[in-house]
Design a protein around this ligand. Structure first.
Ligand code: BGC
Length: 806
């Protein structure tokens, strides 16, 4: 055989493949660069030097350099007049340019750090000819997310990781949440960010949604009030929010193209309601449309949602921006009322220009969107030339994070165990005890300087950490070092860090029990953007975890010692099969960077727990009506899904729960379903224990001028000072329609009540809030007649009730 001959064609083929590969890579890089990264050169801000001029003794910036004071330059004029003037000076090219962001360069920290804000995930582009600056947008719900380290810069730019939204909702304390918002907003202000992409206010439709940790609750009234509180807090700094994801973005599986098939009633009463409350109570600067479709139309192209509901019905005055790369038809998005396309691509820019030229996109639609965007820009600190100092009060904010974290943790069980007394040495069981999880992954994550683990938190207040348990953990970690490497950079966005759990032998646990006062087991869970959770080993404990609880309880109880389970989780897990075993269970959620200190505050009794569940803990996953129509497979998204455009599959290829999801359960989400169906639950909505007891009395209810006024006395009848949450549920016993058994209509958290003291709490509910969405005529309809008002400590613990007539 002629070896040479045989070899030659092989080499040629290889070389050709190599050349083709190189060409493909070069084309790919050029495409990505020109479409997603560098397409703004003609609008570079570099050469803009705005002169100051003096008019009537006032120094103003002559933004367009015409030597005189224009209406838009004059901050004594109304925003409306200024936006109109500015818009009238813009060319149509400049207007179209404004409708999309500048791409991913900023978000990927690829720009010059001296010119932008590394890690700011989006921008509203500048109009240099008129002296209009870039406006910066950045995540997210648990605190600001920017790049903490900059090239050639010794300074760091860390932000505070506050507790996840679910924990904040568990506090049921709107003042506290507003306070968190003030601190978050201040970090945006001082780091030069104009809009925080938060809060996330989607409803917990099913426990498996991977982003539930970013959202508040299964109930729209709790969601709406929490959302309004944080928006008011953030925006009190003069920076904006973008509440998200509008609407019905309740699963991550195929999030870019999932079609939500839903009734108008479920939309209005459940999924839109939280947004409606926020718009009415806080008028946020912006709102982010979601990725999914609703009844066949991408939300970002859905005129009914973005114009009829949001603006005409609710009076929203801000801008709508897309979620990152959301939707697929740029001109249709603008026409529907989605003013800004983020992060913006060259492709979208071209599509808008073409549609305008072809008269498929009207000048009127462009003008409407442009004026809304200009108002936001004019309101921003950038336009006021605010000199941000890059030095927010991180120490002060850490204290707020700690206080908020402790207030939102929920005590699920306590058999004469907590607060800890006569405990000096603590055996920490489970890897998460040493490696606490501050928050979930993805855009809801924060680049914080540190996270206090439970181990550190306990040490900080003087507990000793049991050496036998700690050595076992260290040895396990060493033997599995790869699994303990935290994902970095882009990988960390979409890969939740979940190190394996230890396998404890009976012998080891016996040794621990003999050498300590108490066991604290931590169960950890992590999830995030781009993927939903699954039932096995996630909603359910793994065999390893169940055994760990079982064996620890056996070893410790044999010596008369107690076991506490701490749940460091971002979403609901199964508890019913094992909750009888330990002596106490504390749902610590993911409490941000101060988590460990906050748990220690509760375990030690420094803080009396006052959190209540913002969702139900069911016995089984299948108990939720929504589980029948929820993806259970946990398929993760790939990054290419995000970049190369969205498209629904043809009808015949569509797969249930992936390409479309039928919200067959309608309004019956969470407790609304469990109550209606009389299903037992592990822990009901609104449930949470305290180290003291409260008694309710003196309920008074008066209906006056279409408002229900309710009053009651709350007495602390225990031995420790504590705060209580009173929940007001309303039922319509003789309803003519299909309605939930009861619905939360108001709630409030008391201030700290000393033992023996009584406080009065009051509520005002407009009677219009008792209406249901009537699909026959597409309006809210108020049934006349009698309603039951119930004052409760949880959705299954009604303490006082009375009838009223409407
Ligand atoms: C998320 C948004 C986020 C945006 C910018 C998207 O993937 O869905 O919540 O604000 O990215 O980071």
């Amino acid at each position: 055989m002629n070896k040479k001959k045989y070899f030659k064609p092989g080499l040629k083929v290889l070389l050709s493949i190599l050349v083709l590969l190189i060409v493909a890579v070069v084309i790919g890089v050029l495409y990505i660069n020109s479409t997603f990264l560098n397409f703004e050169k003609d609008y570079a801000e570099d050469d803009v030097h705005i002169q100051k001029i003096s008019v009537d003794g006032k120094t103003i910036l002559d933004r367009n350099g015409n030597g005189k004071l224009d209406v838009y330059e004059d901050d004594r004029q109304s925003i409306e007049a200024r936006a109109n003037d500015l818009s009238s000076q813009m060319t149509i090219e400049e207007k179209i340019h404004l409708l999309k962001g500048s791409g991913m360069k900023s978000g990927l920290s690829m720009g010059d750090p001296k010119k932008g804000i590394p890690g700011a995930v989006g921008t509203i582009v500048p109009t240099p000819r008129l002296g209009i600056p870039t406006v910066y947008l950045s995540d997210g719900p648990a605190g600001l997310r920017i790049e903490p380290i900059r090239e050639n810069d010794n300074k760091t730019y860390y932000c505070t990781a506050f507790p996840i939204a679910t924990l904040l909702a568990s506090s049921w304390n709107t003042d506290l949440v507003k306070n968190v918002g003030e601190a978050m907003g201040n970090e945006a202000l001082e780091y030069g960010i104009d809009v925080i992409l938060a809060p996330g206010v989607n409803i917990h439709r099913n426990p498996l949604c991977g982003r539930n940790f970013e959202y508040y609750s299964e109930d729209p009234v709790l969601t709406g009030n929490m959302g309004a509180a944080i928006v008011n807090g953030i925006e009190s700094n003069g920076v904006g929010t973008s509440i998200k994801h509008f609407v019905a973005n309740n699963q991550e599986t195929n999030r870019f193209n999932n079609d939500v098939r839903i009734s108008e009633r479920a939309l209005r009463e459940i999924y839109l309601k939280g947004f409606e409350i926020i718009i009415k109570k806080s008028q946020p600067w912006s709102i982010m449309s979601s990725y999914n479709l609703v009844n066949g139309t991408y939300t970002s192209e859905n005129k009914y949602l973005l114009t009829n509901v949001l603006r005409d019905d609710w009076g929203f005055e801000g801008i709508v921006m897309t979620d990152w790369f959301g939707g697929n038809d740029a001109p249709a998005q603008i026409s529907a009322g989605n003013d800004l396309l983020e992060p913006g691509t060259k492709r979208q820019w071209k599509a808008l220009e073409k549609a305008y030229e072809n008269e498929e996109l009207s000048e009127e639609s462009i003008d409407t969107a442009v004026k809304r965007i200009l108002k936001l820009i004019l309101n921003s600190k950038k336009m006021q030339d605010y000199a941000y100092d890059n030095n927010p009060d991180l120490k002060g904010h850490a204290l707020i994070a700690r206080q908020a974290a402790a207030e939102g943790m929920v005590l699920l069980k306590n058999q004469n165990t907590l607060p800890l007394s006569n405990v000096k040495n603590v055996a920490m069981i489970g890897v998460t005890s040493y490696d606490f999880i501050a928050g979930g992954t993805g855009s809801g994550d924060v680049n914080e300087a540190y996270t206090v683990s439970l181990e550190e938190g306990l040490k900080n207040i003087g507990f000793e950490i049991n050496k036998t348990a700690k050595d076992a953990f260290e040895a396990f970690k060493k033997a599995n070092s790869e699994a303990f490497e935290k994902p970095e950079g882009m990988k960390s966005m979409f890969t939740p860090y979940t190190p394996p759990e230890m396998n404890y032998s009976d012998e080891l646990l016996k040794q621990c029990a003999a050498s300590t006062d108490i066991a604290i087991i931590t169960i950890g869970r992590n999830s995030g953007e781009g993927g939903d959770r699954v039932e096995k080993d996630d909603f359910l404990l793994s065999n390893n975890e169940t055994e760990m609880i079982d064996k620890t309880c056996t070893a410790f109880h044999a010596l008369g010692k107690k076991v506490v389970v701490v749940l460091n989780i971002g979403g609901v897990i199964e508890t019913n099969s094992w909750k009888e075993m330990p002596d106490a269970i504390l749902l610590a959620w993911q409490g941000g960077q101060e988590s460990g200190n906050a748990v220690a505050d509760i375990l030690s009794g420094k803080v009396n727990p006052s959190g209540k569940l913002p969702m139900t803990f069911p016995i089984h996953l299948k108990d939720h009506a929504s589980t029948k129509n929820f993806p259970l497979v946990g398929t993760k998204m790939s990054i290419t899904d995000m970049l190369f455009g969205n498209k629904q599959k043809p009808k015949e290829e569509q797969i249930k729960n992936i390409d479309y999801t039928v919200y067959e359960e309608g309004i019956y989400i969470g407790y609304r379903y469990f109550d209606k169906n009389k299903t037992d639950v592990a822990y009901p909505f609104g449930y949470g224990l305290s180290y003291t007891d409260f008694k309710y009395s003196n309920m008074e209810t008066v209906v006056l001028n279409d408002t229900i006024n309710i009053k009651l006395s709350v007495s602390n009848v225990g031995n420790l000072a504590g705060k209580d949450v009173v929940q007001v549920y309303v039922s319509k016993p003789d309803t003519k329609i299909d309605r939930p058994v009861k619905e939360l209509k108001a709630f409030a958290k008391s201030l700290l009540i000393e033992p023996g003291d009584t406080v009065e709490m009051t509520f005002r509910i407009p009677s219009s809030e008792l209406a249901y969405w009537n699909e026959d005529n597409s309006t809210w309809t108020l049934e006349k007649g009698s309603y039951t008002i119930q004052l409760a400590s949880s959705s299954r613990d009604i303490r006082l009730s009375t009838e009223i007539d409407i």
